[in-house]
Write a protein that binds this ligand. Structure first.
Ligand code: GDP
Ligand code: IMO
Ligand code: MG
Length: 430
């Protein structure tokens, strides 16, 4: 057999968040899409809010991958994702208004699980029962849907093609109603059912596929695939600040399980992080700035949730947590977003270690909920508007010193610097 007969195999690159989500994944996936044939979401669901901006359009995607504005690119919602047909239908309709026809470019895994109206109610009931200890969930039904998936009770997208789908739906709904009764939660499920089944009808019109075959066939043909993460590594179900996490594996390994690709098929791992940190919802945040500095970051960075509108908590960059995320994911290239938000800060701090019980450590403690005092290193701010800059040779020395310090500490190059929300506001370093 000659060498010509050996099929070219390309790899799946993975782009994922290294913090608590909202690092700018949507924007950067949109920027990278021209280099790819297929973009795939592998976990999470409509708890995600991925923003894209170009030609004066600002769009927020929840379930649909962020490659859809590039004609010719296929967008796949993988098996690891959980889908709410109501939210997906709304997304599809708002994109149609912008003239984007998804019938050819969107494909959905038959193995993705469905979020029922009752899952959303279970999410709300569970959060209400937790009182002060609530997770701060987006209340999209994510946790209860993944619980039904692992509990082997869930409904999958492919089930909507079965003749007894309605019976299966009713069976699961009634089970949920029992649980809601135990929570003393007044149920309102039926109010949303019509809309939910309309969403299911819409789903039927799309290409429902065995996405693991599709994606593996792409990589066998040497076509380029990019896996788009949702949430961030510090919200990972295993390695995040448990229990204040989401219910899926947000780390790189999640891309293998959530798309059906082998670990050796993973190529570049793009780890994206903000030049500072944010977090929505409850849970520990060692470098949080509950003061006027944090307030200034929130204002300048427009740090309000893309899904819930909640104000995001803000703080300094945390290198202890960033290095942990880089280790878990095997990050090969870093992408830094939003340094422009720090343009008017005279001093910028970065946590380089933690002090826990008086002892300095460079590791995340098992119980990240215990008091942690960050050990900071200070940097001089650049005090320059960098939003229009197109090349890293234009960037101020102080920002370059900040970038080089992060590269040195993490051992990973920062290949892309995003300096504004727009597609064009992106510096790719050679
Ligand atoms: P995602 O969930 O990771 O896709 O991030 P979100 O879309 O939830 O949040 C990122 C926010 O920052 C959005 O409002 C983006 O438009 C915006 N954004 C992305 N990159 C930049 C940047 O480099 N600078 C500024 N100022 N805003 C950015
Ligand atoms: P993207 O993809 C930021 C947070 C919630 C809550 C916790 C659990 O836009 O980065 P869940 O609804 O999953 O049960 O909520 O996780 N969370 C996010 N925070 N960005 C997200 O997604 C998030 N998705 C979930 O705020 O603290
Ligand atoms: Mg977001």
């Amino acid at each position: 057999m000659g060498i010509k007969n050996i099929k070219v195999m390309s790899k799946v690159d993975v782009l994922l968040g290294l913090q608590w989500g909202d690092e700018g994944k949507g924007k950067v996936v949109d920027v990278l899409t021209p280099h790819y044939n297929l973009i795939a979401r592998f976990q999470g669901g409509p708890n995600a809010g991925h923003s894209l901006e170009f030609n004066n359009i600002k769009h927020v995607l929840h379930t649909i991958p962020s490659g859809l504005f590039h004609p010719g690119c296929i967008n796949v919602i993988g098996n690891g994702v959980v889908i709410d047909p109501i939210i997906l239908a709304e997304e599809i309709q708002s994109l149609e208004k912008l003239g984007v026809n998804l019938k050819k470019s969107l494909k959905i895994s038959k193995k993705a699980h469905l979020i029922l109206p009752s899952h959303r109610e279970l999410d709300a009931a569970s959060e209400a029962a937790k009182g002060k200890g609530k997770i701060g969930s987006t209340l999209k039904g994510i946790g209860p849907t993944y619980m039904d998936k692992t509990g082997r009770n869930g409904l999958r997208v492919g089930d909507i093609l079965l003749p007894d789908f309605r019976d299966r739906y009713d069976f699961l709904k009634n089970k949920h109603k029992e649980i809601l009764r135990q929570y003393n939660y007044t149920s309102n499920i039926e109010q949303h059912e019509d809309e939910w089944f309309k969403g299911v009808e819409l789903l039927r019109q799309y290409d429902l596929i065995d996405s693991e075959y599709e994606i593996n066939s792409y990589i066998r043909q040497g076509k380029k695939v990019l896996a788009e993460g949702a949430q961030g590594s510090l919200l990972d179900i295993d390695f995040g600040s448990y229990p204040f996490v989401t219910s899926s594996n947000t780390i790189c390994a999640g891309a293998c399980a959530g798309l059906g690709i082998a670990p050796h098929a993973v190529g570049e791992v793009y780890g994206i992080f903000k030049a500072y940190c944010t977090r929505v919802g409850s849970g520990p945040f060692p470098t949080e700035l509950d003061n006027e500095i944090g307030e200034k970051m929130r204002k300048l960075g427009a740090e309000f949730g893309a899904t819930t509108g909640r104000p995001r908590r803000c703080g300094w960059l945390d290198l202890v947590a960033l290095k942990y995320a880089i280790m878990l994911n095997g990050v090969t290239q870093l992408i830094m977003t939003k340094p422009d938000v720090l343009d008017s800060f005279e001093t910028i701090k970065v946590a380089v270690a933690y002090r826990v019980n008086g002892i300095e450590t460079d590791r995340l403690p098992y119980d990240i909920n215990m008091p942690i005092e960050p050990v900071y290193r200070e940097f001089k701010g650049w005090m320059t508007d960098i939003s229009g800059f197109k090349s890293d040779s234009d960037l101020p020395d102080e920002l370059m010193a900040y970038i080089q310090f992060i590269e040195q500490e993490t051992g990973v190059p920062i290949k892309i610097i995003s300096v504004g929300p727009n597609r064009d506001e992106t510096i790719v370093r050679e």
